[in-house]
Design a protein around this ligand. Structure first.
Ligand code: GLU
Length: 428
């Protein structure tokens, strides 16, 4: 097994592990579990391609500013690249590559006919007007036009982007191609080829997977307490799903802080961060706590659903939750993962738990190709079926090989990707 150690910079100080470092460590670890040819692992350690673009934007005051954007395309052996576009000041080339690797595994564990991609622009979208965001998104679509397409690479929403950005992106691409091409992106508004149920799907799948995990450990959901970091597009839907099942959601948070009610919060009454920023920490709850305190609450299930790298070597020993279900991409560093394993705290990984997003994206892509929309009921039903299928494949590995949840998930994903590489071989 690969050993995860905190990484150090030249002065010997500990630094935050990048998404690429985490993704590479995880691949190395997975390679020690699955019998895969070294050459295939070497190929999977590198993205097939990374496109770096400069995006000039005319600001509302008439000045020109140039932003940097990326699209990392990790592996396409199972199908077109698939994955989100984030608008965030912390976007880097390395981060996009790491996140694109996770998308390869995420698509494979769900058995979707896609490979991994991820991209974004280094920008704080909160500092742009709506018109500026529209111009930036349209120009980004144009700069990426040569490397994307419904059969080649299909972007989707991620941090800082949503249905509106996808609508602009699809329109810009379609105008240049001379035909309406809804299948070039997913996560669009339903009126232009988006799928019903896409927005809530990552959170819903976190809820479905947490439900299976609660059942696996023979806990009674009605006596299960849950804390959710990040009450946005993933966390809010996960919290509400578990609340509806009978679990007690005792704490939720946004970037400004967390609210805590040991008797349980009404998750329908708390408005999510996306609907009204600032409303979560401003909610009238018995206790206001910090995001850090939320992570250390004595609950049954902790769902980090905000940003990456929040569970680290610094706080993993203080986490009192009996189980972690990852809602965000990469919330647990390799060092924290190792601590949880030593402490026997199961961590159900992001690439399984939040994979409902890309799964409904796949449904959306099918609907776009067929020009026929599914009902919300059908989306919910098929999402549940796919999540349970993936859960069963992973659970089988946990039971048969006594693996941790992340290792079992990687075993399923990596063997599917590696088998595809073996069958196709290397060209020329
Ligand atoms: N950005 C989402 C993720 O990280 C969704 C990707 C997609 O739907 O293609 O899974």
């Amino acid at each position: 097994m690969g050993t995860a150690k905190p990484t150090h910079d030249d002065e010997g100080a500990q630094h935050e592990e990048s998404a690429l470092e985490t993704a590479r460590r995880q691949l190395e670890r997975a390679a020690s579990i699955v019998d895969v040819d070294d050459g295939t692992i070497e190929r999977l350690n590198h993205p097939e391609r990374v496109q770096r673009v400069s995006i000039p934007l005319k600001r509302d005051d008439g000045t020109i500013e140039v932003f940097t954007g990326y699209r990392a395309q990790h592996d396409s052996v199972r199908g077109p690249f698939k994955g989100g576009l984030r608008f965030h000041p912390g976007v880097t080339e390395e981060e996009c590559i790491g996140l694109s690797m996770w998308m390869t595994w995420k698509c494979a564990v769900m058995d979707l006919p896609f490979g991994g991609g991820k991209g974004g622009i280094v920008v704080d979208p909160k500092e742009l007007s709506t018109d500026e965001k529209e111009r930036l998104t349209r120009r980004f679509a144009e700069e990426l036009r040569d490397v994307i397409g419904p059969k080649h690479d299909i972007p989707a929403p991620d941090m800082g982007t949503g249905p509106q950005e996808m609508a602009w992106f699809m329109d810009a691409y379609s105008m240049q191609e001379g035909e309406t091409t809804p299948g070039v992106v997913t996560g669009k508004p339903p009126v232009i080829g988006g799928s019903y149920g896409r927005e809530e799907s990552p959170g819903r799948s976190v809820g479905i997977i947490a439900e299976q995990a609660i059942d696996y450990y023979d806990w009674d959901v009605n006596e299960t307490t849950v804390a959710v970091q990040g009450f946005g597009s993933v966390g809010a839907y996960a919290a509400r799903y578990l609340d509806d099942l009978g679990a007690t959601v005792v704490a939720v948070s946004d970037v400004d802080g967390a609210i805590f009610d040991p008797t349980g919060l009404d998750t329908q009454d708390v408005e999510d961060h996306d609907a009204r920023p600032g409303m979560v920490s401003g909610y009238d709850a018995p206790h206001s706590i910090t995001n850090e305190e939320l992570l250390e609450l004595d609950v049954d299930v902790l769902i980090p659903a905000a940003v990456g790298n929040v569970l680290t070597a610094d706080n993993a020993d203080d986490v009192q939750a009996s189980m972690v279900v990852e809602g965000a991409n990469g919330p647990t560093t390799s060092a924290a993962d190792e601590i949880f394993q030593e402490r026997d705290v199961p961590v159900v990984p992001d690439i399984l738990a939040n994979a409902g997003g890309v799964t409904v994206s796949y449904f959306e892509w099918l609907q776009d190709i067929n020009r026929r929309q599914w009902s919300l009921e059908r989306v919910h039903e098929e999402l549940r079926t796919e999540m349970l299928k993936a859960w069963d494949a992973v659970r089988e590995q946990v039971d048969e090989r006594d693996l941790a949840w992340r290792d079992a998930t990687y075993a399923v994903a990596l063997s599917r990707v590696a088998d595809a590489h073996d069958s196709r071989g290397l060209w020329p």
